[in-house]
Design a protein around this ligand. Structure first.
Ligand SMILES: Cc1cc2nc3c(=O)[nH]c(=O)nc-3n(C[C@H](O)[C@H](O)[C@H](O)COP(=O)(O)OP(=O)(O)OC[C@H]3O[C@@H](n4cnc5c(N)ncnc54)[C@H](O)[C@@H]3O)c2cc1C
Length: 444
């Protein structure tokens, strides 16, 4: 079977660029044999490798990545590893309490797993910080969302704190926000650093990582799978596909997955004067009160004080986009930044980039054994850092026949719902996203 598309994400993401060159892994140029082959070195693929190492320390694990580790969406996101539900397809962030409790438990299992691996592999402090996050409201509607959500958290017995406009300004230096809702469970990643250090730890412990080695075709051989790359081949008893939306490029779940590009920009390092003028805390992380609004984050580390903004969604059923698309979303990023930080008028964006995300209409993953000995840990929906980690971990458990309650929950999910036929789905999705962005108003 042919893999019909290679991954592409536009622009150089700040996170990798700020780190400079990372460890290099070889390209596959020979015929290899493995017990388990994993395709994709994002959160899912790397976490699957880690869990396999724990459960079957003597297995030969090979991990193929089409690009360099950290260049894909896992190294391109805003770095929020969120414990509480945050459903991109819901009208607000609150939902059914039983589902939310279950989702929270799963997200926390993922965060716990990531924290454990960060400690075991001696990751840098910058890779992962348990700081919590604030859901920031810039409109009356946003304030109402936060209040509803706070009530919902109360009923779940979850810690939270409502913040007024002054507190929001004290944190961020911006007078833009009317209120905020702080929850302590979110872990903030330097995403490229986290995936690089995770890969390095795995490689040191014997996982064979091969970069610039895209799977281009695959076939069933005996009971296992044989996967071809441009210069080599891997034959394995079992194979885990950890390629998120590119699962469709492998011919699975066709017209059941929604492919959406997200975009971010990051400023240059603020000067001492600008940092002083801005005030506020060294680091903070704001999600928007409206799901279509702007995520804003301030980092303060070896690369200086910088601000990231993330907004705009574009629908891309082909899982590909022109490099120029970044230019068309840049004005929205600049407007959102200027509205929040008029005092930083000359702080230009140094980096702009985009990345592919995968959702399903019924917000379920594409998870489980999809052919004999071929497993999928894909379609992470809105919380991909946590759900990617969890689906990789659980796919490894399924491969090893290791029973767990979380695995049962994942396997009990329905299949991703089929999308309406074209052109209706593309027209519908584009109209919906533009309308929802318009409705987000000042949250954008
Ligand atoms: C701008 C932006 C901001 C985001 N912010 C957040 C956030 O704050 N919090 C959050 O939870 N999520 C966020 N996300 C989403 C999150 O990054 C993804 O959901 C997450 O990376 C999914 O993890 P994954 O391992 O399943 O897939 P990916 O990270 O996409 O990894 C899949 C890997 O498979 C590789 N691959 C694909 N095809 C092949 C092939 N044929 N052969 C070999 N390798 C292949 C790809 O190169 C890629 O490295 C954001 C995304 C973007 C783009």
């Amino acid at each position: 079977m042919h893999v019909d598309r290679k991954p592409f994400d536009p622009g150089l993401a700040a996170w990798s660029e700020l780190l400079g060159a990372g460890p290099e892994y070889p390209e596959l140029t020979s015929n290899e044999v493995a017990d388990v082959l994993i395709i994709g070195a994002g959160f899912a693929g790397l976490s699957a490798a880690r869990r396999l190492q724990q459960l079957q320390p003597y297995s030969k694990i090979v991990l193929l990545e089409a690009r360099r580790v950290g260049e894909g969406p896992a190294g391109r996101n805003s770095g929020f590893m969120i414990d509480l539900p945050h459903n991109l397809s819901s009208k607000d962030y609150a939902g059914d309490a039983a589902n939310d409790l279950q989702q929270t438990r799963l997200n926390r299992e993922a965060i716990g797993f990531a924290k454990e691996v960060a400690t075991e592999f001696g990751m840098s402090k910058e890779a992962m910080i348990q700081s919590g996050k604030v859901n920031a409201a810039a409109t009356k509607k946003g304030v109402q969302h936060n209040q509803d959500y706070a009530r919902h958290l109360q009923s779940m017995n979850e810690k939270h704190e409502l913040l007024d406009a002054q507190s929001m300004q004290n944190i961020s230096g911006s007078s833009y926000y009317k209120s905020g809702l702080f929850t302590p469970g979110t872990v903030m990643l330097q995403p490229a650093l986290y995936v690089r250090e995770l890969a390095k730890g795995l490689s040191d412990k014997g996982v064979s990582i091969l970069e610039n080695s895209p799977a281009i075709s695959f076939e069933q051989t005996g009971g296992g799978w044989s996967v071809l790359t441009p210069k080599g081949r891997v034959a394995a008893e079992k194979c885990i596909l950890a390629v998120n939306g590119h699962l469709e490029s492998f011919g699975f779940f066709k017209r059941q997955l929604m492919h959406i590009y997200l975009y971010a920009s990051m400023t240059r390092a603020l000067s001492m004067e600008e940092s002083k003028m801005l005030g506020g805390e060294d680091r903070w992380a704001f999600t928007p009160a409206d799901p279509m609004g702007t995520t804003v984050r301030k980092i303060s580390n070896s690369s200086g004080n910088r601000i990231l903004v993330r907004n705009r969604f574009t629908w891309s059923p082909s899982r590909s986009i022109s490099e120029n698309k970044i230019n068309s979303v840049a004005p929205t990023h600049d407007r959102s930044f200027a509205a929040r930080f008029p005092q930083l008028a000359s702080a230009d964006m140094q980096y702009r980039w985009g990345g592919l995300l995968c959702l399903s209409m019924n917000t379920v993953p594409a998870f489980g054994e999809i052919e004999p000995n071929l497993f999928s840990a894909c379609c992470q929906n809105g919380l991909g850092t946590a759900m990617g980690t969890l689906s990789g971990k659980l796919a490894a458990e399924q491969v090893c026949g290791h029973a767990s309650k979380s695995l049962d929950i994942m396997l009990a999910n329905a299949e991703p719902k089929r999308l309406p036929p074209e052109p209706f789905s593309s027209v519908g999705a584009n109209v919906y996203m533009r309308w929802a962005e318009f409705k987000a108003g000042a949250e954008l």
